[in-house]
Design a protein around this ligand. Structure first.
Ligand code: BDP
Length: 708
């Protein structure tokens, strides 16, 4: 149980008497081409039936059998091979029809990929001991269901916590692609249809002839899983790699260079999904260098891709590092400021990829207002499975409930229902393209992400990308049963832990919309509220000795709230209607300001940090109650992580509380902050081989003293 199979373990379940009559004795595979997802579907079904129920099913290629069989193929193949079909609604691209009646099962995709998705759906039922008779169609809510990897050519992964890259090493594509195949399998099982395999901070050397061949090999490995590849581009490549003296997007030599690169790419990867581009942001080159617009930049790639049907995911994460002394500057406004004026100027195969909030994957952010400002441009939401700001896989944080705060948010464009999930699927503004992308960053660690429990986030992402209306708790429970088995105590305990995990992390790392008070300068790990102000990134708390929060109102602040449609803008503009959990995002108030709950801001801080840490501490004891019910390998691995989280949540609690206690001088009415009568300070002990030293930032050790 090293985690390699993720939720596709096909763990053994008992099935006797009546139950066995529901196991199909044959698998009819309607497409015998080995590279077809339908072929993979057939072999997955065979492995699954054997592994879960010890039942051998014979595979028959391309011929129908009437009795005891699971038939897998496309609707069209079924009609040709097995005869007429009725009662199946028109399926969308990648959709499928699943019908189970005892040992007669039909899995029919609108295409090969859909058939594989249907097979995984049936296997997920089997692996959860679910033999109910069903007959339904399942269709994706959007065509773009991508993941992004921030892998560098040297094999490191930016913001990756699961070991080095499965794709690259020492500037080239690795020889052994077996992990790529296993990744493809996991992704296909949650209906992800493309992976962008290299960092958005892209290195042009990916485009050397040698590496183009390597890309072809990667695409060949993913293809049977219905997963396409895409790549991130560096805007300056024509100059840095191509030897031109410009990378101006309107220059004909640049246009020709990109179209020739694109042609070579498609020679190696005929079904390449497209490009991902980060331009004019955080030091990355872009069209601004030549005074060109972002749409001119995006369209350069869009046109190069058009002959091949590829798309450009163009990132809205564009901002210039900001100067703290410029009081009116607000990074949260950047995306709308840059993109709104360009609405309608993008080619049809451009999709603007928008981070869920206006800053950067914080523990809570308001919905990015850009979703409500593009009507003639396709958009996709960008989420982050890798827990960059959220504990880097050393803290359990189940993320779908956070994502749902945005996906289910109603932006009320033109006073009409405008849920983000209906905007990104293209429904609300009638766009053909749209969907989601998530930064995943799996690595070579057998747990993929660095921690077994973090895999619920990858699983949850796939499920929501298919259908954003799904319920995070129901998704979680499927994942738990598939990953840890059917024991009801395990299910109940892990559900509770996971559902409490995001609120707990928010409570001890940054509440009331102040953002995650982590080190902002580089690591994005551990408490460092001081670094939140006076930095060039524009992630500010504006905390001083009497007050805190960023005034983003139109009347008095940066004007950010005015980027929302009227109804929403009015809510955030007014302090009395702004929800408490985003209060400090929108308003600058005294520490003694009273929340809707009746508590003062500062007392809420103190209390929330205590209750968050307490809840994290309960995770360990809850998990320990499962000893003997989970295999030892995973039990110990997870126990170790939760033990660490228990301690680190206390570090967080005390650091943040000490910091604001020190800054505001306001005592904690419950007399906990600054009072630890039970605590034995390490520096007061008899130390053998340890030295005492003063820490910076001061608040991360009590009395600013630690030992080393
Ligand atoms: C930030 C990351 C940085 C990424 C950047 C991005 O810290 O490593 O390059 O986002 O999304 O969250 O481009």
């Amino acid at each position: 149980e090293n985690g390699l199979d993720g939720w596709l373990r096909y763990a053994s379940l008992s099935c006797t008497g009546q139950c066995r009559s529901k196991l199909p004795a044959n698998i009819v595979v309607l497409n015998a081409t080995e590279t077809s997802p339908i072929y993979i579907a057939g072999s997955e079904l065979q492995i699954g039936l054997k592994s879960i129920y010890g039942s051998h099913a014979e595979i028959t290629w391309g011929k129908c059998k009437a009795s005891s069989s699971v038939v897998v193929g496309t609707v069209e193949q079924y009609r040709e091979t097995c005869g007429s079909l009725s009662g199946i609604p028109e399926l969308e691209e990648d959709g499928f029809w699943l019908s189970t009646q005892g040992d007669k099962v039909r899995i029919l995709g609108s295409n090969d990929r859909g058939a594989l998705y249907g097979a995984f759906e049936y296997l997920s039922m089997l692996a959860q001991g679910n033999f109910s008779a069903v007959a339904y169609a399942s269709n994706p809510s959007a065509p773009i269901r991508w993941v992004n990897q921030w892998d560098n050519m040297d094999g490191s992964i930016e913001r990756g916590y699961g070991g080095p890259s499965i794709f690259f090493k020492d500037g080239a594509i690795v020889e052994d692609l077996s992990r790529v195949k296993q990744y493809g399998r996991l992704l296909a099982s949650v209906r992800i249809n493309a992976v962008v395999i290299n960092n958005v901070n892209a290195n042009a050397t990916l485009l050397t002839p040698e590496n183009l061949k390597g890309l072809g090999r990667i695409a060949d490995v993913f293809r049977p899983y219905g997963v396409k590849i895409g790549i991130s581009l560096n805007f300056a490549s024509p100059e840095t790699l191509g030897g031109l003296d410009t990378y101006d997007p309107l220059d004909t030599s640049v246009i020709d260079w990109w179209s020739s690169v694109t042609e070579q790419l498609y020679q190696n990867v005929p079904d390449m999904a497209g490009y991902l581009v980060k331009a004019d942001s955080e030091g990355e080159p872009g069209p601004a260098v030549y005074n060109r617009t972002l749409s001119q930049g995006a369209n350069l790639f869009a046109k190069a891709l058009q002959p091949y049907g590829g798309i450009v995911m163009f990132r809205a994460f564009v901002y210039n590092q900001l100067n703290e002394s410029n009081w009116d500057a607000d990074r949260a406004k950047a995306a709308v400021d840059f993109f709104k004026p360009l609405d309608g100027e993008f080619e049809e195969n451009v999709v603007v990829q928008i981070k869920f909030g206006p800053i950067d994957f914080q523990v809570r952010e308001p919905t990015s207002p850009l979703f409500a400002n593009l009507f003639n441009t396709s958009s996709a939401i960008e989420l982050e499975v890798t827990q960059e700001y959220l504990g880097q896989q050393s803290h359990l944080v189940y993320l779908p409930p956070l994502w749902k705060t945005v996906l289910d948010f109603d932006l009320r464009v033109d006073h009409k229902p405008s849920l983000v999930r209906d905007i990104i699927t293209g429904k609300r503004f009638n766009r053909k393209l749209g969907g989601s992308a998530a930064v995943v960053n799996v690595g070579t660690n057998t747990t993929w992400l660095g921690s077994h429990l973090s895999m619920s986030n990858l699983y949850g992402y796939g499920r929501l990308a298919w259908n954003a209306a799904d319920d995070p708790e129901a998704i979680l429970q499927d994942w738990i049963r598939l990953t840890f088995g059917l024991d009801p105590t395990v299910l109940k305990t892990l559900t509770q832990l996971s559902m409490e995990s995001w609120p707990a992390y928010e409570n001890y790392s940054g509440n009331l919309g102040i953002q995650t008070l982590t080190d902002i300068l580089y690591t994005h790990y551990g408490p460092n509220p001081q670094s939140q102000d006076g930095n060039g990134w524009g992630q500010w708390t504006r905390a001083d000795s009497t007050s805190i929060g960023m005034d983003r109102t139109v009347s008095n602040g940066t004007g950010y709230s005015g980027q929302y449609p009227d109804e929403i803008a009015a809510i955030y503009e007014d302090i009395s209607t702004t929800p408490d959990d985003l209060l400090l995002w929108f308003h600058h108030v005294n520490y003694t300001h009273r929340l809707h709950s009746g508590k003062t801001i500062i007392q809420h801080f103190y209390d929330a940090h205590y209750s968050g840490a307490e809840s994290a501490q309960s995770f360990l004891t809850q998990w320990e109650s499962l000893k003997g019910k989970v295999d030892e390998e995973r039990y110990n691995h997870i126990r170790h992580r939760l033990d660490y989280q228990t301690g680190h949540s206390i570090v967080w609690r005390d650091a943040i509380n000490n910091f604001y206690h020190n800054l505001s001088g306001i005592p904690d009415t419950s007399k906990r902050v600054g009072h630890h009568p039970w605590r034995i300070e390490a520096e007061n002990m008899n130390l053998d081989g340890y030295k005492v030293y003063t820490v910076s930032p001061f608040e991360t050790a009590s009395g600013s003293i630690a030992i080393v």
